[in-house]
Structure formats: C-alpha cells, structure tokens
Design a protein around this ligand. Structure first.
Ligand code: ATR
Length: 288
C-alpha cells in the first residue's frame, strides 16, 4: 500500500464499528488503484458523534461513512444534506468541502439499485413488495420510487411504522400488515427483505413464496449469511435472486469517488466481491 505524509484520509464511524466491512473494501480499492490513501475504522460513541464529525476537517480527513447507530444524527450534524438523504432522513456518506464544512449524502439507495442492475439487468420492478419499515427500508423504498416503481407494498410487523413511511414518502407506498404477506406477494415483480430476519444471530426466515410469480426478482439486503433462507427458497423455485453483498459494495463506490477521486468500475466491483466472499467464507469456517 502506498501511504505517504500526503495520504488522503477517510474512514467509517460506528458504535461498535468492528463488524464493518468498509475498511477492507476501501483499502482493497486503494491498493488496486495505487492511491496514496487510507480508510480507517473509527469507533465513536453516540454522545461523541457531533464532536468527532466536527474534528474531521481539522484532522485533514476528506470524509467518512457513518453506520449504525449514527445515520440519523449525522444528518443533523451536516451543514448541507443532499436531497435523497433528506428524503430518507439518514446520511451514510460525509464529504468535507473545500471550505471545511460537512456535506452529507446517502448512497444506500444507489447501492441497492446498482446491485439489482448488476445482478438482473433492467427488468420490471413494479409492483414491489418490501419487507420491513426501518432505516434500511427507507433507503430501499425511496430508491425504488426514484427508479419509477409506482406500487410499493410495504409489509411490516408493526403496521404503524409502515404507515409512518407512507406519510413520509407518499402514496406509492401501501402499508400492509405482516399477517397479509402471502396476499401481498400475488402478482409482484420484486420482493425485497430489509428486515433483520434471516441474519446470523436473528430468527430464521421461512417464507411461503407460493403466491409469488416465478419471474419475480427476490432480493435480500442481509449478507451474513450470504445465501439466506429466503434466497435459497427463491432459487429453488427458479426466481432470480440478488444477495446483500452487491448493495454494500455499490454504495461504497460513491464515497470512494468523492474522497479518492476514482469511481470503482465493474472490474473493481467484482474483484471486491471476491475478496469479501473469501472473508465471509473464512469467518463461517472459523465459526463452524
Ligand atoms: P434497520 O435500520 O437495519 O432497518 P430497524 O430500524 O431496527 O433496522 O428495522 C428492523 C426491521 O426489521 C423492522 O421493520 C422490524 O419490524 P418492526 O418495525 O415491527 O420492529 C423488522 N423485524 C425485526 N425482527 C423481526 C421479526 N422477528 N419479525 C418481523 N419483522 C422483524
């Protein structure tokens, strides 16, 4: 790795941050492009977030990603916040401007749409069924609306949260109770899981997909494990599937470009996928 006294600096703020794959991803790309730069994990407690962010220009950082639990508070700490991030109410990418102020944006929606495009090309996405109404869902739903999806069936265990999302983002969203999920799948072109169900350490997720058309694309934003029960069930019946690693990799491209001056191309995306897959497999092997 090239790292001189002039190195460009970026990182990821989270609490905890040790689970983050972003240092591995960005440093892999820095190495690949031969850029004099570094991307570091920054474990920042929620109470210290405003001070830590305010210190970035003084420390010479180009910017940071912010992750759980800081995405909403980071939006409040930025002087400027992009339109998509404002709609979503969360910032995941911060850039220090040339005059030293913080500009917030949200690349999660871009990451999701690009990962869909990479996996299945441009196909019909409407009507879409989105499971979950948390932070991740907001970015996915807003990106689908930007992509022109005109019907989003938002199924959530707590119906109030789905209704709150409709109030925030508009009538494209139809809130649906969790016990009506089966009906919601009828005629759908896309199914996306944004809940934590199926994630390692969380409850398994066995969903009856019999009412979902076999042409529907099934996406899961969970990537540990990579092949979730939902994706395995979809594959078995022949539905095209999209795993959660693509969203993680594609969302990182915009921050990388803003801080280090190069947008990682598809070759870099695929190479990063191989590196992250290898990590995931090693971790699974170690845990078994
Ligand atoms: P994130 O920001 O990662 O989206 P979150 O805001 O905690 O995280 O949202 C988690 C989502 O997973 C929510 O939609 C949650 O449903 P509730 O709004 O009812 O809490 C959903 N979720 C988590 N555990 C679930 C379970 N066992 N069954 C169904 N949905 C679940």
């Amino acid at each position: 790795m090239t790292l001189t006294g002039k190195a460009r600096l970026a990182g990821v703020m989270g609490w905890p941050v040790s689970h983050s794959r972003s240092p591995r991803l960005h440093n892999f790309w820095l190495d690949r492009y031969g850029i004099d730069g570094a991307y570091v994990p920054l474990a920042v407690q929620p109470d210290y977030l405003p001070k830590a962010l305010a210190a970035l220009p003084k420390l010479g950082f180009r910017g940071v990603n912010v992750t759980i639990p800081h995405k909403e508070a980071a939006a409040a700490a930025c002087k400027e916040v992009g339109l998509f991030a404002r709609r979503v109410g969360a910032v995941n990418t911060i850039t220090v401007s040339s005059d030293g102020h913080l500009v917030g944006s949200n690349s999660d929606g871009f990451g999701f749409l690009e990962s869909l495009r990479e996996a299945v090309g441009s196909c019909a996405l409407s009507p879409a069924v989105v499971l979950g109404a948390g932070g991740a869902s907001r970015a996915v739903v807003a990106s689908l609306m930007e992509a022109g999806v005109h019907e989003i069936r938002l199924v959530n265990r707590t119906l109030d949260r789905a209704q709150a999302l409709r109030d925030r983002l508009g009538k494209t969203i139809q809130p649906i109770a969790w016990d009506r999920l089966h009906e919601a799948l009828d005629g759908a072109a896309l199914l996306v899981n944004t809940t934590s169900l199926g994630m390692a350490g969380q409850p398994r997720f066995y969903l009856d997909l019999s009412s979902l058309p076999k042409t529907a694309v099934v996406a899961d934003i969970v990537y540990v494990p990579l092949r979730t029960d939902l994706l395995a069930a979809a594959e078995r019946r022949g539905n095209p599937t999209v795993d959660g690693l693509g969203m993680l990799i594609h969302q990182a491209r915009l921050g990388f470009e803003a801080w280090f001056g190069v947008r990682p191309d598809m070759g870099a995306v695929q190479a990063a996928r191989a590196v992250l897959l290898e990590d995931l497999m090693r971790e699974q092997g170690a845990a078994a």
